[in-house]
Design a protein around this ligand. Structure first.
Ligand SMILES: Nc1ncnc2c1ncn2[C@@H]1O[C@H](COP(=O)(O)OP(=O)(O)OP(=O)(O)O)[C@@H](O)[C@H]1O
Ligand SMILES: [Mg+2]
Length: 589
């Protein structure tokens, strides 16, 4: 790797760091080398200091953030403390998780032009770079748009385009694809891989997209509380069972399956991390196929015994003014009381717009939306809030009180409840989200997972019949995702109607009963979860890729008689285990 004795792209030499006004060392004695041309993933739980380490690579830390950095960070051999941020900015591009903090010009075009202009490139070259970068992230045609008018995922796409347009030697992506639709993640990653192979660009990506890591990357670095926990190839890392017992990070679903099989004494001959490897492993494990063929998939559509319609959307049209963007085009659906529904689809397909119309935050341009019997066109937002609790795509926008308890008490106070009733509502809501010990804390200072939970608790304090969550798990680690989805599950178990948006298909498969797929402002599919994922070619039009375990089920020969559309790792595991006479480890049900 280290040709001609070139210095590594990035080198950490015994680095420790603490933020300003903090006595806690968040990175301790880190030694790490990343060579030129490597394509590296950084994984770790929330709080592992992934973002801190990313921001050391271009000197933002400590040069503009401050704090105390001991040891040395070298970028192409230059000490980041000594070479100014301006010099480093020409070598290292960095895309942060929250695109809002990075977009600062007035049009999409000027956002992308900014970097190349600063590099003093020729005007033709600048034009070419803008065209190229916007094309890659599928924002061609959006050149004159204000960045603030873009959807969440479109903003993230723009931040990526602005960085790759500079063709930096080193590109650091800190959870920069967390709000992208699945096909978007695939597209961005394959372009990045191309930049890596064609220009030898060094790519460092903090991400938990383990299935993509398995397919594309050379090396995985696992951090644990500011220290190096593991460093190896994707195969070495994902097959390391002790590592996954110790840390809640997500391995590819086929690797999770393989680990379970190993524990049950039916290991795969070689440990899989991709669908193809797992497919081979299963055929070795089950021998020649012998089951009777099962080509007719019977999808179980439970009868709707729901009594009442909770949400009724009829011919909903929404046009954003003054830009005249036709975001939602004649959508109709009913959601019944007690349903657990996922709304999915590509970036910009209209998910957030539809949800905001359900809340009365946007009013239909035409058509009607009735929620809990209220017409959202004529009902005040405060009145809607009594019936519908919601968590916006960027929940930090919803935090404004000084303590967690005050934040959660805000809604019940507005309802004019008695003091004791308010206290009770707050206590119940905090308990539901597991924040009963954090009532006195300052919300913005909490970890991301807890901030999202505060917003959920605030919604629950109004005891709403319907709960709407717009990408509640973005930026959460594996543990945080499941904690939040468990909260949603318990709301559903209590009989509430839950509607959520996410780009994490494994969560959709595991939790949702029904899925509405949006594409270009219209409903492409609306069916039970299994039925939706049983049509991978159709959902792909909406930039959706079913979970890896589902893909495995669909890729196996039919006469294996394994589930065609397994929704969870466990479903596949049980089905395989049922093929072994001893059924060790198989649990019925
Ligand atoms: N304030 C606005 N003004 C003009 N256009 C807007 C505005 N907000 C959103 N849009 C556009 O409306 C369309 C739908 O946006 P919406 O936010 O509903 O998408 P989404 O499905 O939630 O996407 P994502 O997955 O990225 O969150 C997009 O093309 C977006 O650019
Ligand atoms: Mg959205």
């Amino acid at each position: 790797m280290n040709k001609n004795n070139e210095p590594p792209a990035i080198e950490f030499i015994d680095v420790s760091y603490r933020y300003p006004r903090s006595s806690r060392w968040v990175v301790t004695h880190l030694d790490l080398k990343i060579h030129k041309g490597e394509f590296v993933a950084i994984m770790g739980e929330n709080g592992a200091s992934k973002s801190t380490i990313c921001q050391m690579m271009n000197g933002i830390i400590p040069n503009s953030i401050g704090g105390r950095l001991v040891g040395q960070v070298l970028t192409h051999g230059l000490d980041t403390k000594e070479s100014g941020i301006a010099v480093l900015a020409t070598k290292v591009g960095i895309v942060l998780e929250d695109p809002e903090t990075q977009l600062f010009t007035t049009t999409v075009r000027s956002e992308v032009a900014f970097g190349p202009e600063n590099l003093n490139l020729e005007p033709d070259e600048i034009e070419e770079r803008i065209r190229w970068a916007l094309d890659i992230v599928r924002l061609s045609g959006f050149e004159e748009r204000m960045p603030s008018s873009l959807s969440g995922g479109q903003k993230q796409r723009l931040a990526i385009a602005a960085n790759i347009a500079m063709r930096p030697d080193i590109l650091v992506l800190d959870e920069a694809t967390s709000q992208l639709d699945p096909v978007g993640v695939e597209e961005v990653l394959s372009v990045v891989r191309e930049l890596n192979q064609k220009y030898g660009m060094t790519i460092i990506m903090a991400t938990d997209a383990s299935e993509m890591i398995a397919k594309l990357m050379d090396r995985v670095i696992v951090l644990n509380q500011g220290q190096l926990e593991a460093d190896g190839t994707p195969h070495q890392i994902f097959s390391n069972k002790t590592l996954f017992q110790k840390l809640m990070i997500r391995s590819p679903q086929v690797s999770q399956l393989a680990s379970q099989m190993e524990t049950a004494n039916h290991p795969f001959a070689s440990f899989p991390i991709t669908v193809d490897e797992a497919k081979k492993g299963i055929s070795e494990l089950l021998g020649t196929t012998n089951g009777s063929s099962n080509d007719e998939e019977s999808i179980n559509r439970p009868k709707r015994d729901h009594k009442q319609v909770a949400i009724q959307v009829e011919n909903l049209d929404y046009i954003y003014q003054p830009l005249n963007v036709h975001a939602v085009k004649g959508i109709s659906f009913n959601i019944y009381q007690g349903e657990f529904v996922a709304v999915i689809g590509q970036n910009g397909s209209g998910k957030t717009t539809v949800l905001k119309n359900l809340l009365g935050l946007l009013r239909p341009t035409s058509g009607t939306v009735m929620v809990c019997g209220q017409d959202t066109k004529t009902t005040a937002v405060a009145e809607m809030a009594r019936h519908v609790g919601f968590v916006l795509q960027n929940p930090d926008q919803q935090l404004f009180a000084d303590t967690v308890s005050e934040e959660v008490a805000f809604g019940p106070k507005n309802l004019g409840l008695e003091k004791s009733a308010i206290a009770e509502r707050v206590a119940t809501a905090l308990e539901l989200v597991g924040l009963e010990d954090k009532g006195e804390e300052f919300p913005p200072a909490l970890a991301k997972g807890d901030r999202a939970k505060v917003v959920i608790a605030s919604a629950l304090a109004l005891d709403p019949e319907v709960v709407i969550l717009d990408e509640p798990t973005t930026g959460q680690d594996y543990r945080g995702c499941h904690q939040i989805m468990q909260i949603a599950q318990s709301l559903h178990d209590q009989g509430r109607t839950v509607v959520f948006v996410t780009h994490h298909m494994a969560l959709v498969a595991e939790y949702a009963q029904r899925v509405i797929v949006l594409s270009g402002g219209k409903v492409l599919l609306d069916d039970v979860t299994e039925a939706v994922f049983s049509k991978p070619e159709v959902v792909r039009q909406a930039h959706i890729i079913p979970p890896q375990i589902t893909e495995l089920g669909q890729s196996l020969p039919i006469d294996y008689n394994l589930p065609r559309t397994p929704l969870t790792v466990d479903a596949m595991y049980q089905a395989i285990m049922n093929r072994f006479p001893d059924k060790a480890g198989a649990v019925s049900g």
